[in-house]
Design a protein around this ligand. Sequence first.
Ligand code: SDX
Length: 431
Amino acid sequence: MSDKHATLTIEGKSYALPIIEGSEGDMAVDIRSLLKESGYITLDSGYMNTGSCSSDITFLDGNKGILNYRGYAIDELAEQCSFIEVAYLLFLGELPNRTQLNDFRELISRYALIHEDMIHFFDHFPPKASPMSILSTMVNSLGSYYPEMSADSSDEAVLSVAARLLSKIRTIAAFSYKKSEGHPLVSPRYDLSYCGNFLNMMFDKPVTPYVVHPEVVATVNKLLILHADHEQNCSTSTVRLVGSAGVNLYTSISAGISALWGPLHGGANQAVIEMLEGIHRDNNDFEKYIKKAKDPNDNFRLSGFGHRVYKTFDPRATIIKRACEQTLKVLNVDDPLLEIAMQLEEIARSDDYFISRNLYPNVDFYSGIIYRAMGIPTNMFTVMFAMGRLPGWISHWQEMMMDTKDRKIGRPRQIYTGPVKRDFVPLHERG
Ligand code: SDX
């Protein structure tokens, strides 16, 4: 805490509000005593100017396009780590050594199956049920099968709970896809990596065995790492808010999955593909869609563009765009949507409407094109985002639950704008 402060003067009275400086130089005015001292609250729709907590997990700089997990730059992690390695880093704050990584992998393998009773749940979802609603329901149900939520914050306990959820979300995601296709479920295999197992459970079939392609596994690894955390985004803030009421991890994560589903948030990767397909069907009439996106009277927006924090290129989008071109080449896929996306980006980035509002491609703009090339169905794209974001959600939930000093139930205030106090009118007098 620095000894600097801001002075707020209201009706001639001044209040000294401490200035808090983060480890990367990010600054905040501490208003935790404002209501008590002044009787005033602050108002900040969408929390655009408001921090909800301090955190040691992820640092973003939206003006410089910086994203670091526990101090490590995202591009180095994405290029040199496995997803499991990065998950470990997010949970415990340090990269694992070889023994620690192997022990963590062993834990994840051990927890890969879901309770046999849970498999019957899939028989009772409607055939067209969204995989995101299935995922949220199934993850919430895990709390009933594994109630031993440890209050123990030792590294072993944290890793065990996290490994179980990381492993089972992958199985649930693959099983929900198989069920939607009417194909037999494929069990996880001990000899495959986290991402290799996921691909095999998704695409292996008795009559056409799936060949796990190392390049595809590497790309899934990279995509999951790039989605692993992003400080206090909508879904992570949801996990923290729900968890702050004392709700168990599975239920808190289930709420995060529901928040991520929104097309303004994680659902954007699916919305991007639907938008690109629409433009393709419309004879690639880019101008029409750029015009719609700029029209204040049209609620159409360019999905995959813009960001609450990044006012320059989303560093993840840069890496994903490169991976997209590489993966389509490796898979020998010629997807017209990639060309449309690149042209849309080029047009938007030379248009003053987008430039003046700092609207650039975000993490969702190119990711769906890669998933498509791998054969992952569009309605599973946000499930991929959820699988990637899980380590971030768990880490933030743990960080909040272990903050016994500053932890409070999340309960924002409001400014009331409704009718002032009036006398009650009994029913028989209401005409
Ligand atoms: C994710 O927070 C995170 O970290 C999220 C995330 C993560 O990793 O967790 O990064 C993942 O959610 C990425 C974002 C995915 N969503 C989309 O791609 C949906 C399309 N983008 C937008 O809806 C929008 O940009 C948001 C929701 C992402 C951000 O919205 P803000 O910060 O509330 O900004 P805003 O809506 O106030 O927009 C500011 C201006 C407005 O114009 P004016 O009123 O000033 O004239 O920019 C315009 C908006 O109309 N604008 C867009 C636009 N995004 C903003 N115009 C056209 N197309 C867009 N995509």
